[in-house]
Design a protein around this ligand. Structure first.
Ligand code: PMP
Length: 355
């Protein structure tokens, strides 16, 4: 069995792969492949409806919010958020906790004024800044809940009167959040939601229509909402596979249950990193992510041999991002705890060899 610790696109449940491949051959008794049906068929409209319904149900999305399925990745949201929410002359506040956060604010600067409330760049983003103030006149406050590259996660939603916008690409649906604390949540699907090619946006309807800016239709949340996520041809297959994955998540008991599993997985691996004298974590302990676990070796010369040692055991995807080095074990919802134990065993056996 291959243990896939890749950062995304990432592991999805085996049963989702099986069902998806079945639908490539024949979709829902139509005699057609999911790859050849029109998105305007009632069968596919049902898929979109169920996908949106499952997102609302699993995340407990309150009344007054819309869920839209878009393309362009989370990176497209870096631009769409300020285009839709930042009026001329206003300032948006951003928390700079990593490459994705800084890319988001770079795009916002093209649209309007940006205020960086705090940054941990000087420490290569190894911690989440805590003491910052969000000016009350900010158009919105943007942060990244999980920093995929650095392995830090912000578990508490910052308290502010200002509308909160969150890039949840790499921890959405891994733990319970209170959607009502946010005005807009976005996520590229390719971690816990489904395959690449789909982006999910959850937006509070009342914050829209205030920017005073004329936007191209595809870039306008209101147009996309009114189009029922079908203003143009949606990514049919990606949405279908996401629906299968959300059904799987529901059958597992939903987000609260998967959160318990994710916590157990993360605790087990961090415990080994802290115990094993060959390894050490790279981040501030209280900010450690449950999704992306970053660590290095005390002796960097052993990193290549360990990577090979792990790969020989079919443990793949653990090489750290080039800006951090070392290792990153991404442990999204679908990664079974048996894979985490396989990695821990590899670390222990490697320790035995290098005493
Ligand atoms: N934000 C975060 C937190 C990410 O992890 C990523 C990519 N992994 C992105 C944004 C960019 O996503 P996309 O490739 O979908 O544009």
């Amino acid at each position: 069995m291959t243990h896939n610790f890749g950062a995304g696109p990432c592991i999805l449940p085996q049963e989702v792969f099986k069902q998806a491949s079945q639908a490539v051959l024949e979709f829902n008794g139509t005699g057609l492949s999911i790859l050849e049906i029109s998105h305007r068929t009632p069968e596919f409209e049902q898929v979109v409806d169920e996908t949106i319904r499952l997102i609302k149900e699993l995340m407990n999305v309150p009344e007054g919010y819309s869920v839209v399925l878009l393309q362009g990745g989370a990176s497209m949201q870096f631009s769409m958020v300020p285009m839709n929410l930042l009026a001329d002359g206003q300032t948006a506040s951003y928390l700079d906790t990593g490459v994705w956060a800084s890319k988001a604010l770079k795009e916002a600067k093209i649209v309007g004024n940006v205020n960086i409330v705090a940054s941990s760049k000087e420490a290569n983003y190894t911690y989440i800044p805590k003491d910052f103030t969000i000016p009350a006149d900010s158009a919105y406050f943007h942060y990244t809940s999980n920093n995929t590259i650095y392995g830090t996660e912000l578990f508490e939603t910052p308290h502010t009167e200002v509308p909160v916008v969150c890039d949840m690409s790499s921890d959405i649906m891994s733990r319970v959040v209170n959607v009502a604390d946010f005005s807009l949540i976005y996520a590229g699907a390719q971690k816990n939601i489904g395959p690449a090619g789909l982006t999910v946006v959850i937006v509070k309807d009342s914050i829209l229509g205030k920017s005073g800016r004329k936007l191209g239709s595809m870039l306008d949340y209101q147009v996309q909402i009114e189009g029922g996520s079908m203003y143009n041809t949606p990514p049919v297959f990606a949405i279908y596979v996401a629906m299968l994955n959300l059904r799987w998540l529901k059958s597992k008991g939903g987000i609260a249950d998967i959160e318990r599993e994710n916590l157990a997985k993360a605790e087990a691996l961090y415990k080994e990193i802290d115990r094993n004298p060959l390894f050490k974590g790279t981040c501030n302990v209280e900010d450690r992510s449950r999704m992306n676990i970053c660590f290095v070796m005390e002796n960097p010369e052993l990193e290549k041999p360990f990577l090979k040692f792990a790969e020989d055991r079919e443990i793949i995807g653990i090489k750290g991002h080039r800006s951090v080095g070392g290792f990153r074990a991404s442990m999204y919802n679908a990664l079974p705890i048996t894979s985490v134990h396989a990695l821990i065993d590899a670390m222990q056996d490697f320790e035995e060899k290098h005493r």
